[in-house]
Design a protein around this ligand. Structure first.
Ligand code: ARG
Length: 459
């Protein structure tokens, strides 16, 4: 059994169950690139400040580089007795370069070390995720461009409400993704703050230069309070919150795709490569990908709640409870990345059925609001117009007719101010074309909105 780096004051070994219970090695292995980079920056800082000799720092940096190679090649043997990635790296270093390796942990604790590793890791991952979100937005914008001009019913309460452009609907999702990107980007400023130099909790007696190690790692800022530096996990909570919102956004789109691909709607055909069959019903093509995106939203939101509960009762500063921050973080990242990529693929290969969308524009009196607006232009107060149109709709329903199939005389029974030009207002295309208000669904507005998004995405 390996000797514990902290074994000085202990007699005998650790109970095996305790070792298994306290170890984070299984999952924090994933942080080895960050752990090594952080240690190299720390060693260089120690040498620069005259705390260790320059040759010593060089030996440490080189030794760590070799360990990185072993880990990348999968040749590293992870000893479960070594608790976590930090101790695994350090004991390997000592085994490789001898006594000098024992100097690396000067003026440092695993408490500031682990906080640094997670921050470095998350900052890198967020950059990747921002790129993935850009790909998703591009897939959405391309779909909007391909089908610019296609009409569909817009819904409220999942009841047909007013005609809109399909592209307008897609661009609504783009707004959500744009905010998701903005939230992640803003959070980077709070993640890129180096806690290195806080040591265990109170700072250190050595003349360290935290700014130097931070800048080695590309972090523009340094912690201001050593207690906070080792116990703060706000940046993770924020990320889990942002991820939950992202998943909620994807889940809402997933839900729409599920509904739209049902035979009741049949607005879209899911690509075969993104659907699955049934083991018993040969005819079925199931929307499992959007269903699982919707389903996995639950676990990501759960991770946010879980970590909030982990952190809520912790006295300052570091507590071992904080080790529980990693699995929710890793699982959230893996889940969100997969969900974003799969939705990108789905949108990129989605088949739209404009004829089905057009068919759904009939039968729901979707231009009733337009008739009310028309009456307003004839001097009728809106509330009165609303009432008159309501009565007209009720009458049309009894006649099993669309509003535009009524005669002017019939309409005038309820709306005496109506003239023949009303019929222009009742046409679906005109209803969309008239909604020229800012952010509205008129083709010119949507075309401009799409052009703006394409510019943002360099499309
Ligand atoms: N594995 C620990 C974690 O993830 C590293 C820090 C442990 N620090 C300590 N004093 N036991 O939080």
């Amino acid at each position: 059994m390996a000797k514990k780096p902290w074994g000085g004051r202990f007699q005998g070994g650790t109970e095996q169950e305790v070792e298994a219970f306290t170890s984070s090695l299984d999952f924090d292995q994933r942080l080895f690139p960050q752990d090594i980079a952080g240690s190299q920056a720390h060693a260089r800082m120690l040498a620069r400040q005259g705390i260790i000799a320059p040759e010593e720092a060089e030996a440490i940096v080189r030794g760590l580089e070799e360990i990185r190679g072993e880990m990348e090649a999968g040749e590293f043997s992870w000893d479960p007795a070594l608790e976590d990635v930090h101790m695994a790296v350090e004991s390997r270093l000592i085994a490789k370069i001898g006594e000098v390796g024992r100097k690396l942990h000067t003026a440092r604790s695993r408490n500031d070390q682990v906080a640094l590793d997670v921050r470095l890791f998350l900052a890198g991952e967020i950059e990747g995720l921002l790129g993935d979100l850009t790909d998703l937005r591009r897939a959405g914008a391309r779909l909007a461009r391909r089908h610019l001009g296609v009409l569909m019913p817009g819904y409220t309460h999942l009841q047909r409400a007013q005609p809109i452009l399909f592209s307008h609907h897609l661009l609504a999702h783009d707004e959500m993704w744009r905010r998701d990107q903005a939230r992640l980007t803003e959070s980077l400023a709070r993640i890129r703050v180096s806690p290195l130099g806080a040591a265990a909790l109170a700072g250190t007696t050595f003349p360290i230069d935290p700014q130097f190690s931070a800048s080695q790692l590309g972090f523009p800022e340094v912690f201001r309070n050593s207690l906070d530096a080792v116990s703060d996990r706000d940046f993770l909570l924020e990320f889990l919150a942002h991820s939950s919102i992202m998943m909620v956004h994807l889940s809402r789109l997933a839900e729409e795709l599920i509904i739209w691909s049902s035979s009741e709607f049949a607005f879209v055909d899911l690509p075969d490569a993104y659907a699955t069959g049934s083991s018993i019903m040969p005819q079925k093509k199931n929307p499992d990908v959007p269903e699982l995106v919707r389903g996995k939203c639950g676990r990501v939101c759960g991770h946010l709640l879980g970590l909030l509960m982990t952190v809520k009762g912790l006295p300052l500063a570091y507590n071992r409870d904080l080790q529980e921050d990693k699995e929710p973080l890793f699982d959230t990242l893996d889940t969100v990345k997969a969900a974003v990529r799969l939705m990108t693929g789905l949108l990129g290969n989605l088949k739209i059925r404009p004829e089905r969308m057009a068919a759904a524009l009939h039968g729901g009196f979707l231009t009733a609001t337009d008739m009310a607006d028309y009456l307003v232009t004839k001097g009728v107060p809106f509330r009165t117009a609303h009432e008159q149109v309501g009565q007209t709709v009720q009458y049309a329903e009894t006649q099993k007719k669309e509003l535009w199939e009524l005669t002017l005389e019939e309409i005038r029974r309820f709306a005496p101010q109506a003239d023949a030009d009303l019929f222009e207002w009742l046409k679906i295309e005109n209803s969309v074309a008239r909604r020229t208000s800012p952010g509205g669904t008129a083709p010119a507005r949507v075309a401009a909105a799409l052009a703006r998004v394409e510019e943002e995405l360099s499309l």
